[in-house]
Design a protein around this ligand. Structure first.
Ligand code: DC
Length: 229
C-alpha cells in the first residue's frame, strides 16, 4: 500500500490532535504533534533563563537550539506517544500553564521555526506521517498528498475546552477561555513567520456540528482515495 503524508492544520482547540491520532492509529502511521515541539523548545528556554519575564535573550538562542533534540516515543504504560526533550520525557511539563503562556512568543521566532521545520521534514521523509499544527500543509509538507484544514465556531470551541478543563478540575470561566482562544487565534493568524493559513489545496472540515466519528469518516475516506489512487 502506498504511504502518504497527511497535514492537519487549524485553529487552537479544534480537535486536530484527536482526529490526527485516530487517523494515524487506523492507517498504522506515525502521529506527530508539532505543537508539542514548540512547547518543548519553550520549556527549554524557560529552564535556561532565555525567556526571562517579558524578555527573550536573543543572543542565546543559537546555542540553545544547537543543543536540543526533540523526539517522540510510544509509551506502552499510557498507550500514548510522548514528547522527549534531549531524551527526557517532558510530556506532562509541556502542557503546564507556564509553557502555555509563553509558547506563542517562542513560535514567533524565525530561528526556532527554521530549526523545528527542519526536524519535522526529516520526520516526514519516509512518509506514513500524520502531523498536526498550524503551518504543516503550507510550509512543512507543501507536497503532502492530503491536507486538511480544521475549523469550528469560536463559541463551540470555547465550550468544548471549558468542559475539558473543568472535568480535569481546573477553575476557569467560559469568558476567560473565549478571551484566550480569541487571543491565540489572533497571534496564530497575524504573525509574520508562517502564520496559520489554509492551503489552497486543503480539504476543509468545519466541525461545529460534526461528531468525532463523522470527522474521522470524512478524513479516512479522503485518505483511502489517495492511497488507492
Ligand atoms: O497546538 P498547540 O496549542 O499545542 O500549539 C502550541 C503553540 O505552538 C501555539 O501557540 C501555536 C504554535 N504552533 C505553531 O506556531 N506552529 C505549529 N506547526 C504548531 C504549533
Amino acid at each position: 500500500l502506498k504511504k502518504i503524508n497527511i497535514a492537519l492544520d487549524g485553529f487552537s482547540s479544534c480537535g486536530k490532535s484527536t482526529l490526527a491520532k485516530a487517523l494515524a492509529n487506523k492507517l498504522e502511521y506515525t502521529y506527530i504533534d508539532s505543537g508539542a515541539m514548540y512547547r518543548a523548545v519553550t520549556l527549554y528556554f524557560l529552564r535556561k533563563g532565555i525567556i526571562d519575564g517579558d524578555d527573550v535573550q536573543e543572543d542565546k538562542i543559537d546555542e540553545a537550539l544547537s543543543e536540543l533534540w526533540i523526539d517522540f516515543f510510544y509509551n506502552p504504560e499510557t498507550g500514548k506517544s510522548e514528547t522527549l526533550l534531549n531524551e527526557e520525557n517532558v510530556e506532562n511539563e509541556i502542557r503546564e500553564m507556564e509553557v502555555s503562556r509563553n509558547v506563542s512568543r517562542v513560535a514567533l521566532i524565525k530561528k526556532v521555526r527554521t530549526r523545528l521545520i527542519g526536524i519535522q521534514q526529516i520526520q516526514g521523509q519516509a512518509k506514513g506521517v500524520v502531523m498536526d499544527g498550524r503551518d504543516i500543509g503550507t510550509n512543512v509538507f507543501p507536497d503532502a498528498e492530503l491536507k486538511i484544514f480544521m475549523t469550528a465556531d469560536t463559541d463551540v470551541r470555547a465550550q468544548r475546552r471549558f468542559e475539558e478543563l473543568t472535568k480535569k478540575g481546573a477553575s476557569v470561566t467560559l469568558e476567560e477561555i473565549k478571551a484566550n482562544l480569541a487571543d491565540r487565534d489572533h497571534q496564530d493568524t497575524t504573525r509574520a513567520e508562517n502564520p496559520l493559513l489554509q492551503a489552497e489545496d486543503a480539504y476543509v472540515i468545519d466541525n461545529t456540528n460534526l461528531t468525532q466519528e463523522q470527522q474521522f469518516e470524512m478524513a479516512l475516506g479522503w485518505s483511502m482515495e489517495i492511497i488507492n489512487s
